[in-house]
Design a protein around this ligand. Structure first.
Ligand SMILES: Cc1cc2nc3c(=O)[nH]c(=O)nc-3n(C[C@H](O)[C@H](O)[C@H](O)COP(=O)(O)OP(=O)(O)OC[C@H]3O[C@@H](n4cnc5c(N)ncnc54)[C@H](O)[C@@H]3O)c2cc1C
Length: 489
């Protein structure tokens, strides 16, 4: 089923690798446009689509991490609750199965963003986030989910001197919030963690992040849900959601069936906006792209000196994230955060040769010792980006529907916390989570199209300019900062 990228590019009339450096083109020549994590043995057979009418206490729309965690936690918190999960394709096929696999404790897209937006609440948010990450690890162990969960912490690496500004302060703040963090000693300190001529310094966190294989985590959660009695229907897109005739519950329609449910958790990411319009004003689909190398030989792995195997990212506004896999490949993603004007989500956007070539060029500039390595997989996925960079929550239909979206590139861990919030809301349970301003407030909405596309493209251009100008933010970015409006992946 895997098609080389060249073929996809030709058939879709996109920019081809003929326009790039021959060595870069060669490194990508046999990469398949399929997420590595989903191109693995052990992928579950899809369960049948819904046919006919069913009833449930709780219906969940979406089989990514948010939906799967909601289903599993519902079965743990409320034994006997009749739970149905409806997934448009197969569980984990979307963002949840194609991300970098950085499972962060942060619920706020990092400490800096948390301090800017929720300064008073941040100690509590960090405590809840650390507990959430711990409980993810416990669930993985309890259900024997083979997803290589490794609490490695992470490296944040500077490639330019301006990126060193503020690292000391960040370390002090992070320590106050309970993290174990060390400021790396200049270029030598950073290169001792991971060998690249590009590093000029950075931070090493030994807490706050685990690496996972996201596809296998999704498959494992799906299995745990089925074992717990959750009824899952795949290839079952919900086409409409309305109050039922009696006014007591909700009616979901699918191509061949329907669900009447007392409560609904809407966990569908950006497409959730087509079922509940208000979500659409807060999230935009931003495409993020990823490369995966072939497994490295022992000598090449040695040349990286990546002894502690910590996940890492660099510190530009446009940043890369990178990590090892259990079979010693390097995943290398990020940088281009692409918004296609109009915001439509199309399958052909999953391969973007120009971005793949750019990412490959950056990869070899960062790790020149890996010259000659090939990429086996190259793919893209949709990030549900909101203007405050972390999830928002709400209810509709008199509290019978609850939704969460907007993780903006850091939802692997936060989705489990969001699932707890959805259940608190739907079961009307008091909790310290429910009272958080993270939970009670919304991001600044994006303007409607076509203004939306204009604003986002202008912001992307300004962000790229800031990276070229020693991090200096232009008037446009400073204005957005003042308005609390941001754009990120
Ligand atoms: C390339 C990439 C890299 C990333 N890297 C990281 C990372 O390293 N760390 C991190 O924390 N986060 C990362 N993220 C973000 C993270 O993957 C997401 O925040 C997280 O997976 C969101 O989970 P979700 O369940 O809310 O959404 P999704 O995984 O998108 O799941 C939503 C599901 O809803 C289904 N659906 C939609 N509409 C309907 C409908 N009408 N009926 C039925 N089903 C429907 C979809 O088919 C989909 O399966 C990355 C994302 C991408 C794309």
């Amino acid at each position: 089923m895997s098609i080389p990228i060249e073929a996809v590019c030709e058939s879709r009339s996109m920019v081809t690798s003929r326009q790039v450096d021959p060595a870069i083109a060669r490194s990508l020549a046999s990469a398949v446009p399929v997420p590595f994590w989903l191109d693995q043995p052990g992928a579950p057979e899809p369960v049948p689509a819904l046919a006919g009418p069913v009833t449930a206490d709780l219906a969940i729309i979406g089989g990514g991490f948010t939906g799967l965690w909601t289903a599993l936690l519902a079965s743990e918190r409320y034994p006997g609750l009749d739970v149905v999960l409806l997934e448009a394709k197969t569980a984990g096929w979307a963002a949840s199965g194609r991300n970098g696999g950085f499972c962060s404790a942060s619920l706020t897209h990092g400490i800096g963003n948390g301090l800017d937006r929720f300064p008073d609440e941040l100690p509590l948010l960090e405590r809840l986030g650390a507990q959430n990450l711990r409980e993810i690890g416990e669930t993985v162990a309890k259900h024997s989910i083979d997803c290589d969960f490794q609490p490695t912490g992470e490296l944040a690496l500077a490639t330019e001197p301006w990126q060193l500004d503020g690292l000391d302060e960040e370390a002090v703040t992070a320590r106050r919030l309970g993290h174990d963090v060390q400021v790396l000693d200049g270029p030598a300190g950073a290169r001792a963690e991971l060998a690249s001529p590009r590093w000029v310094g950075g931070l090493k966190y030994t807490t706050g992040n685990a690496l996972v294989e996201p596809g296998r985590l999704a498959w494992g959660l799906r299995r745990a849900c089925l074992d717990a009695g959750v009824r899952i229907f795949e290839h079952t897109p919900v086409t409409s959601m309305s109050g039922d005739e009696a006014g007591a519950g909700m009616l979901l329609r699918t191509p061949y069936g329907s669900v009447r449910a007392a409560r609904v958790a809407l966990a569908a990411g950006v497409p959730g906006g087509s079922l509940l319009r208000r979500i659409g004003q807060y999230v935009v689909p931003v495409w993020d792209y990823v490369l995966m190398t072939e497994p490295l030989s022992a000598a090449r792995l040695d040349s990286l000196g990546w002894r502690d195997r910590r996940g890492a990212s660099d510190l530009g506004n446009q940043f890369h994230y990178f990590r090892l896999t259990r079979d010693n490949r390097v995943l290398w993603g990020g940088y281009d955060a692409v918004y296609y004007n109009g915001g439509r989500i199309r399958p052909e956007h999953e391969a973007r040769p120009a971005t793949f070539a750019k990412l490959a060029a950056h990869f070899f500039a960062t790790f020149p010792q890996l010259e000659g390595v090939s990429f086996t997989h190259a793919w893209g996925g949709v990030i549900d980006t909101c203007s405050r960079f972390c999830a928002f929550f709400g209810t509709a239909h008199a509290g019978r529907v609850a939704y969460a979206a907007g993780y903006t590139g850091l939802g692997v861990g936060a989705s489990r916390f969001a699932a707890q919030v959805l259940l608190d809301k739907l079961q009307d349970e008091d909790s310290e989570r429910r009272r958080l301003s993270l939970v009670t407030t919304k991001p600044v909405p994006f303007p409607p199209e076509p203004l939306r596309s204009g604003v986002i493209q202008a912001t992307r251009a300004s962000i790229a300019r800031a990276d070229r100008n020693a991090g200096r933010r232009d008037l446009w970015l400073r204005t957005l900062d003042r308005l609390g409006l941001g754009f990120d992946s």
